[in-house]
Design a protein around this ligand. Structure first.
Ligand code: XBP
Ligand code: MG
Length: 263
């Protein structure tokens, strides 16, 4: 039997985990920025799936140019050009969110509230731009919700984005927590590589873009967190119940620690 480690904090990825933001949010905003800049680039739903291999919007634009639009005549100051496009994309994206176009995924708001009531600490660990996190939280959970999260680790705050573990390591250092006191919520392969690289137990909720990703090592893979009357489907792992609540999270955390200690 391993030591009894107390669960102290829940660490959340944003895009794909808190909300399905990629297809109808980020992708649309990229296209708006391209067209506003007079570019004929169009990121389709299918192409965007390939582009999601790379995290970070600026990095994604560069990856697109390197692999899918090699004939584009690059301006001399490519970094500035990409930064400008990305700034415009952020404006479009936050505007989309302010119109309330993207809801939180099932169970997210309930679980955040339960965690707060239980005295658990919360943080965000994402590769997206800080302004995007603020827009999503304030437009779905209200203006006070930024304060629910002790740390919002986002974007360029660490140079190496996911799948590097740095953003999770940064969040835990800011909170003075060890990985064994936390659990991460993720939706993607880059996400779980990052969280597991930071030694975190990870619960996955898949989405349309990530259902075929490799989630080896996840504590649990579900289709969604679920709600009373709207049960989750278990994709891999062992769990009882029909929706993720704090009891379930604590049990998962304890059983994974017991496994780690013996294995
Ligand atoms: C999502 C990302 C981000 C967004 C776009 O990461 O990779 O790059 O797609 O946001 P996560 P930016 O799941 O870690 O939140 O354009 O602001 O980078
Ligand atoms: Mg994600």
């Amino acid at each position: 039997m391993g030591r009894n480690v107390m669960l102290e904090a829940l660490l959340f990825d944003v895009d794909g985990t808190l909300a399905d933001t990629e297809r109808d949010g980020h992708r649309v905003a990229f296209n708006q920025a391209f067209s506003e800049a007079g570019l004929d680039w169009e990121w389709s739903v299918e192409l965007y799936e390939k582009l999601l291999t790379v995290t970070g919007g600026k990095e994604r634009i560069r990856y697109y140019l390197d692999n899918f639009n090699t004939k584009f005549e690059r301006p001399e100051k490519l970094d500035e050009f990409i930064s400008g496009l990305h700034q415009s994309k952020t404006n479009h994206y936050t505007q989309l969110l302010s119109e309330g176009s993207i809801p939180l995924r099932p169970g997210v708001e309930r679980l955040l509230n339960e965690a707060r009531e239980a005295g658990l600490r919360l943080a965000v660990a994402t590769t997206t731009t800080p302004a995007n996190v603020e827009a999503l939280l304030t437009h779905t959970l209200g203006p006070d919700s930024m304060g629910w999260f002790e740390v919002i680790a986002a974007g360029d705050i660490v140079p190496a984005k996911k799948p590097a573990p740095d953003i999770y390591t940064y969040a835990m250092a800011e909170m003075n927590l060890k990985p064994e006191q936390c659990i991460a919520f993720e939706d993607s392969e880059n996400g779980i590589k990052s969280s597991m690289g930071a030694d975190l137990i990870t619960l996955i909720t898949i989405n349309d873009y990530t259902r075929d990703h490799d989630f080896t090592g996840a504590a649990l893979v579900l289709d969604q967190l679920g709600e009373p009357g709207q049960p989750f489907t278990v994709i891999s792992g062992k769990v009882e119940g029909e929706f993720v609540n704090i009891d379930l999270v604590r049990q998962l955390h304890a059983s994974q620690h017991a496994l780690k200690a013996t294995g």
